[in-house]
Design a protein around this ligand. Structure first.
Ligand code: FAD
Length: 266
């Protein structure tokens, strides 16, 4: 049994966010991190590994420096890593990205007892489309927004977090789950893990490695094969300073209600 975790390197938006004059993110000048939801997916996979001894494989599509993020995942406890990187893949939108990652997962191989895990959403692209699209392309059942996961043989019980409650779903492996931050607290790399990370396999899949997969077609990958295009990107104008009302007396509450009513909020 193995768990394949799809992780994305994203700009660290908790620090200074650098924006180009055209409104796009200046990625080159920002620190990168592993997408937060993907850390929860990886932690969930490592917990199942702790319990069952299964293998955990991490995969990312990105430029060559994304190998550093894969080494960190290996230092946390993943067993193998795959970097999907090629000029032909650059500029892919979510449709093309999921085709390429699905082809990479096909190449790694999904067997009866396997699980594919993704984060719910990347903090830069923010679409939450890639995980569900990978599942569709691999013809795997999917459960999204996983806030709790229990594995019992080939059955996974998933507590899904909805806006106003929870839903519990049972799914058979092989399946794909998308994970959210409520699922767990990701572990830190250990010192021995960091040393071991450099002797674990990190393989690169380039265009040649994936081109025979039926999902890889030059007309549906990369910038030219992407069905969506970003027409414009801009930073919204800053909102004005807020208004502070102090006090909890009746008059202040009435004033607050009057302001909210005027703005049609209540
Ligand atoms: C025309 C166009 C050009 C673009 N060019 C670029 C570009 O050059 N560089 C760029 O970074 N983005 C580019 N993008 C954005 C790119 O489409 C998205 O970043 C990417 O498809 C993932 O979508 P998302 O970030 O919304 O991920 P989401 O769908 O929000 O991610 C959900 C989950 O899917 C998995 N996932 C997503 N992306 C990856 C990945 N790359 N590797 C492994 N797992 C992943 C993770 O588990 C993640 O938590 C471009 C988009 C368009 C439309």
């Amino acid at each position: 049994m193995k768990i394949i975790v799809s992780i994305k390197q994203v700009p660290d938006t908790s620090g200074k966010v650098a924006v180009n004059p055209d409104g796009t993110l200046n990625r080159a000048s920002m620190q990168t991190i592993t997408n937060p939801d993907d850390m929860n997916a990886l932690e969930a996979a490592l917990k199942i590994k702790d319990e069952t001894g299964c293998k955990v494989v991490v995969v990312t599509m990105g430029p060559p420096p994304a190998a550093g993020m894969l080494r960190e995942a290996l230092a946390m406890g993943a067993d193998e890593a795959v970097l999907v990187s090629a000029r032909e893949f650059g500029g892919s939108d979510t449709y093309a990205t999921s085709q390429i990652i699905a082809a990479a997962i096909n190449r790694i191989g999904v067997e009866k007892n396997d699980i594919v895990m993704c984060g719910r959403q990347a903090i830069d692209g923010d679409t939450a489309q890639v995980g569900p699209q990978i599942a569709e392309k691999l013809h795997l059942p999917q459960v999204t927004y996983a806030a709790d996961i229990h594995k019992d043989g080939d059955t996974i019980t998933v507590k899904r977090m909805l806006e106003d409650g929870y839903m519990t779903i049972k799914v058979k492996t092989p399946c794909l789950l998308t994970c959210i931050k409520e699922l767990n607290e990701p572990r830190y790399m250990s010192v021995s893990g960091v040393f071991e990370a450099y002797s674990k396999p990190l393989t690169t899949f380039d265009y040649e490695a994936l081109k025979d997969d039926p999902l890889i077609d030059k007309s549906t990958i990369g910038l030219s094969g992407s069905p969506t295009n970003i027409l414009t990107s801009f930073t919204p104008p800053q909102k004005g300073a807020g208004m502070m009302l102090e006090g909890a007396d009746k008059a202040t509450c009435e004033k607050l209600a009057e302001i909210l009513a005027k703005k049609h909020i209540i």
